[in-house]
Design a protein around this ligand. Structure first.
Ligand code: COS
Length: 382
């Protein structure tokens, strides 16, 4: 444990209180305005939430994976846009740097990521390279004193707000697959780097994605992550293994939130002269949702503990992501059903979770990619 029990308990309680008292009342506003208020960002920064997973030596809280998923179990009990604001700094935007960066690179960026002064983004996906990430085309040619980047990245979370991008680009055009890929740390404002317009999405309003475009973008040699070419794809995969576990925890949290909303509604709502919670067909939906959310919670905690013990959790993290993201899809669907007509009306907020949850089965690897990772590793390890 990075934190003693009492401190950890205090952190969990303050995140739960913050979600209850500050974030939940803002859910409709954030959805309507597609924007998280600046004072909320400041409060999130003051609580240290931008640096949950960043080591203490660089100004973060240095939480273990188990501690991090426990925080996500609380923070995820509201609109996922709030979690997404800190998601890249704790996950895919910073982990490449933490795992494989040089000491100088860590010193330069991690303290500002931990404080929330700088937002980071993970720029892997391209218009023609999504699930097949190793086929990416963005190029990084050696140029004077560094590299010249050209290409387009797509659906990049937090890109419109990012000060730092971890960019995956091909340094060796003779290697068409994973081996030719390297990772770069590129600062916003570098000439030749620009972001496209903010994407209009099905859900998760308040969290923004956009294209990131590189046109003859010169970066110095020391922007190469870890100072080594050809390591980028491996870095991306390690980062995603970890990210998938965190997303699984967020799925558990959203499921628990909508189960709680559904239960309260079912107890209050009367039909045929009694609360609908007393009807066995409604009870079946509540019970199935509770069972599945509990199973996902256990999987996530077990895998997080195993990661903290130093085990390779690539397969188990994929199992968690597959199960938890599919699970929350079923749970929000039942939540709409239990709410009936109200579930379809925006004012009740349930349809918003239904749309928000859909992304979990897609980003950080689709369900089908998780199945491939799991089965391939099973065959490999036989
Ligand atoms: N940890 C460390 N290294 C890994 C790894 C992992 N989890 N998974 C793969 N690697 C390494 C392999 O060992 C291999 O290295 P060598 O060439 O030295 O042997 C290299 O990476 C290539 O691996 P692989 O051959 O498995 O690559 P594939 O092109 O077959 O792709 C999948 C594998 C499909 C699993 C990968 O492309 C993937 O995860 N795609 C989904 C991408 C994604 O999640 N996108 C979401 C965008 S971010 S929101």
């Amino acid at each position: 444990m990075a934190l003693d029990n009492e401190t950890m308990q205090g952190l969990l309680e303050s995140v739960a209180r913050f979600v209850r008292e500050r974030l939940r009342p803002l859910e409709h506003q954030v959805a309507r305005e597609d924007c998280i208020p600046a004072e909320i960002r400041r409060e999130i920064a003051a609580m240290g939430l931008f640096g949950l997973s960043i080591p203490e030596d660089y100004g973060g809280l240095g939480l273990t994976m188990e501690e991090e998923v426990r925080v996500a179990f609380e923070l995820g009990k509201t609109s996922p846009a709030f979690r997404s604001l800190i998601g890249t700094n704790n996950g895919i935007g910073s982990q490449g740097l933490i795992m494989d960066g040089t000491e100088e690179q860590k010193q330069r960026y991690l303290p500002r990521l931990a404080s929330g002064e700088l937002i980071s983004s993970f720029a892997l996906t391209e218009p023609e390279a999504g699930s097949d990430a190793a086929s990416l085309k963005t190029s990084a040619r050696r140029g004077e004193g560094g590299y010249v980047l050209n290409g387009t990245k797509r659906f990049i979370t937090n890109a419109p707000h990012a000060g730092l991008f971890t960019v995956f680009a091909r340094t060796d055009p003779s290697q068409p697959g994973a081996r030719g890929v390297s990772a770069f740390l590129v600062e916003a404002g570098t000439p030749g780097l620009s972001c496209g317009p903010i994407d209009r999405k099905m859900g998760q309003s308040g969290s923004h994605t956009s294209d990131v475009i590189f046109e003859d973008c010169h970066v110095p040699s020391d922007a190469l992550l870890g100072g080594r070419e050809g390591q980028g794809f491996r870095t991306a995969m390690k980062v995603l293994d970890r990210g998938r576990l965190h997303i699984s925890a967020v799925c558990v949290a959203m499921a628990e939130r909508v189960i709680d909303d559904s239960l309260r509604y079912a107890v209050e709502r009367k039909q045929f002269g009694q609360p609908i919670a007393e009807f066995q067909l409604v009870q079946a939906m509540l019970a199935d949702s509770r069972t599945e959310a509990y199973a996902a919670r256990c999987m996530v905690l077990e895998t997080a503990r195993s990661k903290d013990r130093g085990a390779d959790v690539a397969t188990d993290a994929a199992c968690c992501k597959l199960f938890a993201s599919e699970m929350v899809g079923r749970v929000v669907d039942r939540a709409v059903q239990i709410h009936g007509g109200a579930g379809y009306i925006a004012d009740h907020g349930i349809e918003r979770f239904y749309r928000d949850a859909r992304l979990f089965r897609i980003y950080e690897g689709t369900s089908q990619i998780q199945q491939i990772v799991i089965a391939r590793n099973m065959v490999r390890d036989l």
